[in-house]
Design a protein around this ligand. Structure first.
Ligand SMILES: [Zn+2]
Length: 669
């Protein structure tokens, strides 16, 4: 049984709560144990049907209680549970199952609900009644499985109570469910409901009307219907730029897109003439921290602090409409920033929060917890998954056993895990099941001559600098990553900080820095110039590594790998938003076309986040997350820096005003 269950775990991870029981059934039916399926049903039958053994005596007492806070008003959150169209969106993970017929969800006392779906070619029918409906405070649902249903098992005919508490514009939801027969089943439901909650959170993410009034000085376009006319469009799919296009935005979404003249413009539309401008999808920054590093001269005393006011604004101002935070020193601050952006009390991009770095003793960062072993790594993932992290990141000092424990736990929650690795090589990590690798070849230690298992080699970075990208060793590493569907996040901006002879930051970037951050940057530049004479070899190596990294990333994409755009712009004059634009320039320098670079930094990230049906490209039906730049980046990539207007869910923010509002603030808050 254990083997069967373990083999089926990937099904559990992504299916919604109720199909977890389905998955057990599917596994059992497909396995050699199928003839014994009767036993399985009996074991999972309602409690009253079998004589309690001592261990099962208090099974009736096993219940589940989940609490989540949503950055939306109570009637909106309640509406997600009563509108069958909304239920259809959050109940089912599209990649795992589809509806056999539209769900019926009659939220009135005594009303029926019916959810009929197909998962892995098996048909499932689940239904029940609403016992209580108090709009918008409370729902009580009775789940009554069909007698014939394979789901007449754990947790049996069950009752789910959902209560909605209004809290100054936000909503706290408390869900309780009774009747679990063991902790394992309870845990499966907890993870399933958590997936539903994350999906609801994504569905609710839209700028609340109140915040448009609150932030009107930064908002240039807020009409419900907008027509962006005569624009050049780079749509994010990799397709060549198209001239003379018109985009119609309605209700926060792209309602129409096509050659100007062929698109009907509603009479009510606010018309914006974009002749001479290019419209691109809002960027999806996949290594976009919310912290800035201070005190970076002394590695032993390095500190990083969240920039809740300047960084979210700078991301949005530079066209980044979605970020993954990819590691944090202040996880609760990251989570609170996300909520504040969602409820409109801060201006910023849509945020996917990564848990705190998972690492052991090694790199001496005082703000990081050091794990003590595999179980501790697992526990840390579980804790932060409950708190709202939607991805995880392994750091430079973890053993393979610790990494495996963290990876498996993240996957159990249906979440992804990436790594900035040191003690583990890329091939090892791919085989352990990691989903993504940060920074690229630059930090892969597996080619270091002094690499010991589970240990970050002393001279850790750029060990592949003089290797041939087309050689057997690197090609086989790339093949391993592609075969295991491991993405790579490009952060050439961070690597560029170490290289010599690279262009400096623009005046606009320097102006965003606080006085002390700017002084630190200038001091660092001076020191770097001196060091580069003394430690010529090291600096030349990092400079060569940037070129090697470019070659690697092209080879990885050529081999079919999913390359994501990130920045890691958290230090000196590499900062939020501006770094993302610089990254695009570096991708083009690496040999990608502008259209490919945009795709890497938008649609690829959306795909990795499983958000591609909503964001990542300019396509009809998607959320209107659009950056508008002056000029044509397909002809001249540097035009990408001329961001003028950034739409998030159809609301257009004035880029220059946002940047001006945080002048001199980076490094302070
Ligand atoms: Zn980073």
């Amino acid at each position: 049984m254990t083997r069967v269950r373990l083999r089926c775990m990937p099904v559990f991870q992504t299916l919604f709560a109720f199909s977890i029981a389905i998955a057990s059934h599917v596994c059992a039916a497909q396995s050699k144990l199928a003839p014994r399926f009767g036993d399985l049903v009996r074991v999972q039958a309602p409690v009253a049907d079998f004589a309690p053994s001592p261990a099962q005596e208090n099974v009736i007492g096993i219940s589940l209680r989940l609490e989540r806070s949503f950055a939306a008003r109570r009637d909106k959150v309640f509406g997600l549970w009563t509108d069958p169209h909304a239920v259809a969106k959050w109940f089912l993970p599209p990649e795992q199952a589809h509806w056999a017929e539209p769900p019926r969800f009659e939220a009135r006392p005594g009303g029926r609900f019916s959810l009929r779906l197909v998962s892995r070619e098996e048909f499932y029918d689940l239904h029940g009644t609403f016992r209580e409906v108090h709009s918008p405070e409370k729902l009580v649902l009775n789940w009554q499985w069909d007698k014939d249903s394979p789901l007449a098992g754990s947790p049996g005919n069950t009752e789910v109570t959902v209560e909605f508490f209004a809290q100054s514009g936000k909503t706290r939801v408390v869900l309780t469910q009774f009747g679990f027969q063991n902790d394992e089943s309870r845990g499966q439901y907890e993870r399933g409901w958590s997936r539903c909650f994350r999906e609801m959170d994504n569905l609710l993410a839209a700028v609340p009307a109140e915040s448009i009034t609150r932030w009107k000085e930064f908002i240039r376009v807020s009409s419900p219907v907008v027509a962006l006319e005569h624009a050049t469009v780079i749509d994010g799919t990799g397709a060549p730029a198209k001239q003379e296009q018109t985009i119609v935005i309605a209700g926060g979404r792209i309602a129409a897109l096509g050659p100007s003249g062929s698109v009907d413009i509603p009479a009510s539309a606010e018309r914006v003439n974009l002749a001479g401008y290019t419209a691109l999808p809002g960027l999806v920054g996949m290594h976009d921290h919310l912290f800035y590093v201070s005190n970076f001269f002394h590695i032993d005393e390095l500190l990083a602090h969240d920039m809740p006011f300047s960084f979210p604004r700078l991301y949005l101002a530079n066209g980044v409409t979605t970020i993954r935070t990819t590691g944090t020193f202040e996880p609760y601050t990251d989570l609170e920033i996300k909520k504040a952006v969602d409820d409109g009390t801060l201006i910023g991009p849509k945020i996917h929060v990564t848990g705190p770095y998972i690492t052991g003793e090694g790199y001496p960062l005082i703000q990081l917890y050091k794990i003590t072993g595999p179980e501790d790594a697992r526990r840390m993932v579980e804790y932060w998954a409950r708190e709202g992290a939607t991805s995880f990141k392994l750091y430079t000092d973890v053993t393979r056993a610790e990494a495996k424990a963290a990876i498996d736990e993240a996957h159990r929650w249906g979440l992804t895990i990436t790594g900035h690795l040191g003690s583990i090589g890329f091939r090892e990590a791919a085989e352990l099941g990691i989903d993504d690798l940060e920074h690229g070849l630059w930090v892969d230690t597996e080619f270091a001559s002094d690499k010991q298992p589970d240990v970050d080699p002393p001279d850790y970075d750029a060990s592949a600098v003089d290797m041939d990208i087309n050689g057997e060793a690197i090609q086989s590493m790339i093949k391993t990553l592609v075969d295991h569907h491991v993405a790579v996040t490009s952060t050439m901006v961070a690597l560029e900080q170490l290289a010599l002879g690279r262009p400096g930051p623009s005046q606009q970037v320097l102006d965003a820095l606080s006085e002390s951050a700017r002084k630190m940057y200038e001091m660092d530049q001076k020191m770097m110039a001196e060091d580069s004479l003394r430690e010529k070899e090291r600096f030349e190596r990092d400079t060569r590594m940037l070129q090697k990294e470019m070659e690697f990333e092209r080879a990885f994409v050529r081999a079919g790998g999913l390359l994501l755009g990130g920045t890691d712009a958290v230090i000196k004059a590499a900062i939020a938003g501006f770094g993302d634009l610089r990254e695009l320039e570096l991708l083009v320098e690496a040999g990608f076309t502008t259209e490919q670079a945009i795709q890497i930094s938008s649609l690829n990230g959306a795909q990795f986040l499983k958000e591609a049906s909503r964001i990542g490209s300019l396509e009809v039906g998607k959320q209107a997350d659009i950056m508008i730049v002056k000029g044509d980046p397909a002809k001249n990539i540097e035009d990408i820096e001329n961001v003028e207007l950034v739409f998030k869910d159809g609301v257009g923010y004035d880029s220059k005003k946002l940047i001006a509002s945080v002048k001199g603030q980076v490094g302070i808050h």
